[in-house]
Write a protein that binds this ligand. Structure first.
Ligand code: T5A
Length: 223
């Protein structure tokens, strides 16, 4: 199965780094640490997340994660994620990249490919096309995949908060999500950094910082 997204437009002058992975993989933890690290360099750094990041997209997030909408059908779910992403890209991500900022985002299109395209069974091609349309073809410069066995990730996530609508899906669902992310990474090794999320937080943070520093330096030399 080829689950690579269609090639699209990359960020213009800024640098766009995305964290992906299953529930409780440590994405928010690592995104915060990376933002702290990059901010020390004096460059503008934006920390954001999906679904969310703008008032409109955060409102859509609350519908998507609320267990009151347990019966939400898969197509509506996919369209809501795409609607939130369109607002997020237009109002926050694209303007920040155009200013030359580094944007660090917790989840992006590949989450839709893995969750809605594969685990919900809507198909990677249709979700890829929908996402490319919603974002006008924006593709991350780098995607960090934190790979975690689903039982470990879910146990971590459950410690943090009440189980949301998507976390509450079956073990099979989360296992398909994990495999889909690994397939995406294998199909685009240039863009992906895959790390085993069971490592100590500080070690993972050092590995990510090293690779992102190189990417940011290259962007400074060739704007
Ligand atoms: N979704 C999202 C879709 O279906 N389609 C889409 O297109 C998009 C964008 C988002 C949900 O929406 C779905 C996916 C999700 O189900 P969310 O609440 O944002 O919901 O879910 P997550 O992104 O999964 O957030 P989590 O908080 O659950 O996971 P994180 O951010 O990966 O994990 P984090 O950093 O909060 O860490 C969780 C716990 O683990 C500890 C942390 O301290 C924390 O307690 N931890 C570690 N412990 C030991 N060792 C390590 N290395 C650790 N790293 C973190």
């Amino acid at each position: 199965m080829n689950v690579a997204p269609d090639p699209g437009k990359r960020a213009n002058s800024g640098v766009f780094v995305v964290f992906e992975g299953g529930e409780g993989a440590g994405k928010s933890t690592q995104a915060h640490l990376l933002v702290d690290h990059l901010s020390m360099g004096g460059r503008e750094v934006i920390n954001t997340r999906e679904p969310g990041g703008t008032p409109t997209a955060e409102a859509i997030r609350s519908i998507l994660l609320d267990r009151a909408h347990a019966g939400l059908d898969a197509r509506s779910e996919a369209l809501l994620f795409a609607a939130a992403r369109a607002a997020h890209v237009k109002d926050l991500i694209r303007p920040a990249l155009d200013r030359g900022a580094v944007v660090v985002c917790d989840r992006f299109i590949d989450s839709s490919l893995a969750y809605q395209g594969v685990a919900r069974g809507l198909g990677v091609k249709v979700i890829s096309e929908l996402s490319a349309w919603a974002t006008d073809g924006l593709v991350p410069d780098m995607t960090v995949l934190l790979d975690v066995p689903e039982e470990l990730g879910l146990a971590r996530a459950k410690r943090e908060s009440i189980v949301d609508r998507i976390e509450g899906e079956s073990a099979q669902f989360h296992s398909e999500v994990r495999k889909a992310f690994l397939d995406l990474a294998a199909a685009d090794p240039q863009r992906y950094l895959v790390l085993e999320a069971g490592q100590p937080v500080a070690q993972t943070a050092r590995e990510i910082a090293m690779v992102v520093d190189r990417l940011v330096s290259r962007a400074e030399v060739t704007p």
